[in-house]
Design a protein. Structure first.
Ligand SMILES: [Fe+2]
Ligand SMILES: [Fe+2]
Length: 264
């Protein structure tokens, strides 16, 4: 059970409002959202065969900073084979196209979380079916950013409090959207989208609950790592893949954790 007050509306990429601003999101509201989808669950397609996704993934993996992570040919082959099996609802694929056009950082981030979290899961999770599940969740974890205006996502200066609040609603927006598209409130990708900014100790957002599922944790860790090592509009240089932790210190005033350096 959960109750999440929403300051902003949640809408699809083509502008259909699923939840108005001011709603308290509960399981009952999610059921209503799903019921409002009168079509079948959205048609799904292979992610790797969609548009330029495969070419872009190969391009990212063979260049810094990802080249260092994917330097083992055998591991990379295994990861790519897992990734080939991922199918996603067409509206999720269309959101990738949207980010590729308007916010290339988020586009690359979503594809690289897909790759990094699949690699980590391959190392840490012995169950093959769960591996596939994890791979499926990676590329859609930030889907809710379609509800965040591009000028906020691309802003070079620090965000205002209001802008941060808009951004901070993206996990729950992604959850609602994925429940809607899959017509399934227990969809694993939807839960990953909702919880990928939660933390083991319960210090994350939006609900401040303790992360319990190791698969969600894998996406959450990959998410922070990628945000630190990849170029971002608001940070002139990214961190090195293996930047010693002490070189990140001392934190600038007001910075409590590595997560504060990045918006992801
Ligand atoms: Fe995120
Ligand atoms: Fe992210």
């Amino acid at each position: 059970m959960f109750e999440i007050p929403l300051q902003y509306s949640i809408h699809t990429l083509d502008g259909k409002e699923l939840v108005p601003a001011g709603t308290v999101l509960t399981e009952d509201v999610i059921r209503e959202i799903i019921a409002s989808n009168v079509s079948q669950a959205s048609k799904s397609m292979s992610l790797m065969q969609f548009g330029s996704v495969r070419d872009n993934i190969f391009q990212f993996l063979s260049n810094p900073p990802y080249k260092v992570i994917f330097d083992n040919h055998e591991d990379t082959e295994d990861v790519l084979n897992l990734m080939e099996q991922v199918i996603l609802p067409v509206p999720v694929l269309e959101s990738l196209d949207y980010f590729r056009e308007y916010d290339y950082h988020t586009y690359r981030h979503m594809l690289m979380i897909f790759a990094i979290s699949t690699l980590l899961a391959k190392i840490l999770i012995p169950d093959y079916q769960r591996l596939i599940l994890n791979a499926t969740a990676g590329p859609s974890h930030d889907l809710g950013k379609i509800c965040v205006p591009i000028d906020i996502l691309m802003k070079r200066d620090p965000l205002t409090r209001d802008e941060r609040n808009v951004l901070f609603q993206h996990p729950v927006a992604g959850y609602a959207l994925l429940c809607y598209y899959t017509k399934d409130m227990n969809n694993f990708s939807a839960k990953v989208a909702r919880d990928h900014h939660e933390r083991l100790a319960g210090s994350g957002y939006m609900r401040g609950v303790k992360l319990k599922d190791p698969m969600v944790e894998i996406v959450a860790v990959s998410d922070v790592y990628d945000a630190l090592i990849s170029p971002r509009p608001y940070r002139p240089t990214s961190f090195d893949n293996r930047q010693p932790w002490r070189r990140l210190l001392p934190w600038p005033r007001g910075v409590r954790s590595a997560g504060t350096f990045c918006r992801h």
